[in-house]
Design a protein around this ligand. Sequence first.
Ligand code: COA
Ligand code: AMP
Length: 623
Amino acid sequence: MGEYRQLFDASVADPCAFWAQAARAVTWTRAPRRILDDSHPPFYRWFPDGELNTCANALDRHIEARGDQAALIYDSPVTGTQRVYTYRELLDATARFAGVLRDLGVGKGDRVVLYMPMIPEAVIAMLACARLGAVHSVVFGGFAAHELATRIDDAQPVAIVSASCGIEPTRVVDYKPMLDHALGLASHKPAACVIVQRDKHTCDLVSGRDIDWTSAMASAEPVDPVPVAATDPLYVLYTSGTTGKPKGIVRDNGGHAVALLWSMRHIYDIDAGDVFWAASDVGWVVGHSYIVYGPLLAGATTVLYEGKPIGTPDPGAFWRVVAEHGVKALFTAPTAIRAIRKEDPQASHADRYDLSGLKYLFQAGERLDPDTYAWATEKLGVPVVDHWWQTETGWAIAANPMGVQHLPLKAGSPTVPMPGYDVRILRVDGSQCEPNEEGAICISLPLPPGTLPTLWGDDARYEASYLCEHPGYYLTGDGGYLDEDGYLFVMGRIDDVINVAGHRLSTGSIEAVLAAHPAVAECAVIGVADEIKGQVPRGFVVLKAGASAEGLAEELVAAVREEIGAVACFRLVDVVPALPKTRSGKILRKTMRGIAHGKDEPVPSTIEDPTVLETLKPILQGP
Ligand code: COA
Ligand code: AMP
């Protein structure tokens, strides 16, 4: 483990020296002299006296050397469009859109919510916010009005940027009515909404509030980058917690730029001029870090793909994009590979394209099962690199650092902790597990640069969610173990978060929708295994006395789609006579999960009525 081990040890022995060195890759308007402010543990701030602009680092500083190089390739099989933006063109559009936002009153520290499909305007709007020192908060397009409204109320944006529609393979998703509905539900009312009208479907604009993107851009004046403190927020990205209320993950400017630049070179082996493609969505952290900021900070070319791995038009879609744009590294979720494999088990579509430029397939978002790993390795003939991270960390906690050293891969393991992440496996009592003993995966504080400094407007929830369980450590929410070689194995969440097709969802928020139905007395939602999506949610409801079960399942499925969004993939719901509980009334979700996964789950001694579990068993083990 020579070179990797040296780097890792250096990062743990002297984090300040390690990250001070890494920070040299960033262009600062005021270089940091202090590297870490650790005066208020468990809160830490990286580069506290540094000052920079993230957009200037992603665009302006590349103009001299690579102004005419492609910065962004937009490839949209769902609209039959391709468009290349050079660094110069992307900077021009971004500076002008920053002018549009400034004229709407957006300034340093103000929030802007983006509810956008995978179009270049989404990237431009993110970078324009960064240019102004404003804070963007992107909401994934697959979320419906209620989820959007919750985020609007929490972020309190000055403006919203959206589009007339998103385009899914089988339907056009009308974004505007969802936005209007969300604004009706939210207590906070932003003054302006900028709307991108798409050819496929245009929408009505509300007079006095909505502004057409194209007209606004026609008269916009470009804006120069505004320097901000390294510790100022760049964005807030909401993610599912264990309750229905999403957590606003805060990302700062300085630590983020330093960490992402480090990761592009050392983890992904990407340099300026290389083509990198993260086949994710700008609504997720992968999209933030590796569609937008990481590749652009590095002077690479990023691909923005508006399509799916299958059906747009066939399971060769990914291989076409890789070949056509000369992609060196592809980053996607295992679910996408499983979907391709199901439709094209022999990978015959891959043979239609020249994939010789592809050097790596990176996988994250959910556990990479050994079958999918073996299939992709055999069919692509390149290293298939699993790496593990979360919205909270913004970059990989564990990976195989391709730009440092190719460590031997072990199926089922995302390899080893990355520099700065001192990973420990802890027992419930806080003691450390032995090698190969499963426990809670924790990270010694301080976390490295680029990770969350807190939750938006809620330091107390940040502490309660991540730092209180094991003082001195960040609780990742995942369980797993380190083997005798120091390889990490991530076995799954130990809380009520589930991962559906690489999308992170809270079973608590689905339960909140079910519980609101007038016929439902109580309910539980758990994640169950799915061949393609990894996990899907499954609901169990108990009726109120006298309520009818007729048509209830359909109504509940529709309600979840309406409230949370299609992305929840909620289709399985059973009416059951009772739910298993402890004597203090806590529903035994973990036990239910275990039984549904065919485990020989021990019956907890605290169970109130063991016969309830016996009755439920065949239903849980059924289809
Ligand atoms: N806007 C609006 N609706 C969206 C959406 C978006 N951005 N993204 C997904 N949806 C909708 C879909 O249309 C679908 O609706 P439907 O129930 O009417 O069919 C629903 O949400 C579920 O979508 P999805 O999870 O994408 O499932 P799918 O069956 O359409 O496709 C896969 C399955 C595996 C091909 C797809 O999930 C996939 O590509 N996953 C990769 C995920 C990923 O990259 N995650 C990021 C982590 S790295
Ligand atoms: P998100 O915040 O949406 O990126 O989801 C983070 C969660 O996804 C993690 O806490 C894990 O449960 C899961 N996850 C992400 N990457 C991996 C991986 N490579 N292996 C196992 N689980 C993963």
